[in-house]
Design a protein around this ligand. Sequence first.
Ligand code: ASP
Ligand code: MG
Length: 786
Amino acid sequence: MNTAVHKFGGSSLSSAARYHAVANIIISHCQAGDSVVVSAAGKTTNTLVKLWLCYQQNDSQGTLDVIKLLKNHQVELISELLIDELQETALQKLNDELELIATLAQQQELVEAQLLAHGEVWSARLLAQYLTQLEHKANAFDARDLLLLSGGQLQHEKNQKSCQVLNSEQFNVVTGFIAKNESGETVTLGRNGSDYSATLIARYCNAQSVTIWTDTQGVYSTDPRKVKQAIKYAKVCREQANLLARLGNPVLHAKTLTPLKDTNIKLVVRSSFDSHSACTEIVKKGNAKQKHFLTTLDNHDLVKIEQLIEGEVGELSQLIQHTLHHFELDSETYLLIPAAYTHIVINHLSGRANLVESNLFGLGIVCPNDIAHQLTQQAAKILQKYNINIRFAFSQKDMPGNEYGLVLCEQAFDTDLLTILHEELISDSQELAVVVAGLGNVGATFITQLEKQLVRLNYLLPVKLVGLVRSENMLFCSDGIKIHNWLEQWQTSAIAYDNKSLIAALEQLDYEHKVVIDITASEDFSLLYPDFAAQDCHLISANKYAGTAHTTWYNALKEKLYERNLKWRYNTSVGAGLPINFALNDLQYSGDKIERLLGVFSGTLSWLCCEYDGSVPFSELLLKAKDMGYTEPDPREDLSGRDVQRKLLILARELGLTLDLDDISLTPMMPADLAQGDWLSFLEKRDKLDAFMSDKLIQAKKEDLVLRYVAELNLQQDKLVAKVALSAVKKDEPLAGLKAGDNIFVINSLWYQDNALVIQGPGAGQEVTAAGIHSDLYWLTHSLIK
Ligand code: ASP
Ligand code: MG
């Protein structure tokens, strides 16, 4: 059977609400037979360490205080999560254990590892009971019954057998961090060792995958809490991940990867706080391109070692429960040690270790082959410029095909400096993957124009067309689709898809940035935007549905995009290529206040109103427009005015107004009852339409006015006016001077009060629309390098 291992760290289990979230993840992502490895809740291990220190210092009051702290936290979790008998027994058991700890402390019989193990035992027990209470079969396992170390070595064969107790009919909740030795004593796998427990168990159970659920969404180019521009990578190869761990990346720990060596077990780093977001997959060499990373080390000592024995660094790491990095420089071996542990290491190596430098701060640069040297030099230069004294700066080969640089300095660098380093060293390495959905006239023109446009874009950032999507088929080519014969590739290689496989294809793209360009007219497709955002895709839409969706949905999407630092551009959803969104934004940036926005937003209705002079019945003109392809397949869709209403809503939202479609009054350009029935029944009643329009025209002519189908947003009055209707306008107004088929936008603002700002021109057509989408793509690319 295919099983999976899921690991939840301390921060994922810090409160009752977090347990609840974790239980939901387990219920939705795990199957019976899967193992769930847990760390101690929140900072419990730190508290237990504190308890141990008090005990060692014979601080009996301190010991009791810390026990109380532990008790409060656990009692709170238990009382909030469990009910009735389960709660009662859990509290009783906890009480017994804490009393025993107090007694052992009093009798001077506490054992460190045994004490620390409580954190994980409590988590596993509580989570299993909580799942049981939710009516899911679950059982807690103590990893001391599964993982045996003899002489410090894991006993793989025995452990594999022991792991057979993990039951295929339930969720197996296993304690991380702990194991036992040949004498049956508790041992720990090192601080943050639960990830290691998870990969070990995965190996012993022959699991398919291990998911490390944590508090970040994956592995980033640098710490995303410090550098906002940090790039989340979809894939990182194991070798780079291993190196990163040794150089201080807090997400993955060096030992985590060892059990996966020579296996096909998939390792995923994912956020338990946002289980729908895209994650990072740690893959075998060759299955991901080499990425760029910056890591930092604080307060480390540099120690020179004579005659380092094989496996000794591992032993030392175990001793101080901390990952260590060692390197050779000028035929000498050095070890970088967190300053707090240096004395332990020097003692242990009795006479073979010499302290060379103390309290150093470091910058690790992990990067593709052949550029480590150059990047290290560059980093050193930048640091010097900011008055950081450098003690060592060198680049190295870590193992075949894996390079890194290390700069060791006297001072710590703050987040601003890290941001600068990231911008200078990492930003250039990014690529943007483009996925185009909708391959009709505009889509095809967009792709044709892309060939030339790439020259301009690549100057900013390498951009590649990697995916094409139509209503039923898709084509993804992660290395890039050749633009000159895209159609041929589409015809020979596109495959059928459903939403799930489309999202999976986006997830698979190993690019720093991705964008989905929606040139479809499909509402269903627009409903996938939140899923695209969850896959870290920027959005460009010519499609109007998402931009005019209900406020709740729309705001949730905007928020999701904002949280992920993703952009959404939709320049062509109103006025095709005309720069109306730009103008509105730019005016607002300049401190202007828009007071009124007026215009003709539909090319079809613009043409009909301009051409209609009463010489032929209106319906005849309508059929002519239909024949020329100026209208929707059913022209009543145009006459309904709904499209204009959507466009006005998009612009209103651009002005910061919270409106929905219903807030914009809409009067169609036809009698209401003509909207009913099929096209043929409409044709039978066309006289009604002709009479309706002719009345309007006669009335207008009488007053020397002309007919226009007008959208209006007026913010001047106390009450906002937002309406779309057929109007009669004065002949000297900008709206009257419109060329048939053109769009026009008339803006009155503080700066443009009496003399309006007018934007006019073709508001449809494949060339201008495709070019407008290129403008969006250009500005998106531009914003990514900032
Ligand atoms: N609870 C242990 C620690 O805090 C193990 C872990 O979190 O992985 O180090
Ligand atoms: Mg932890």
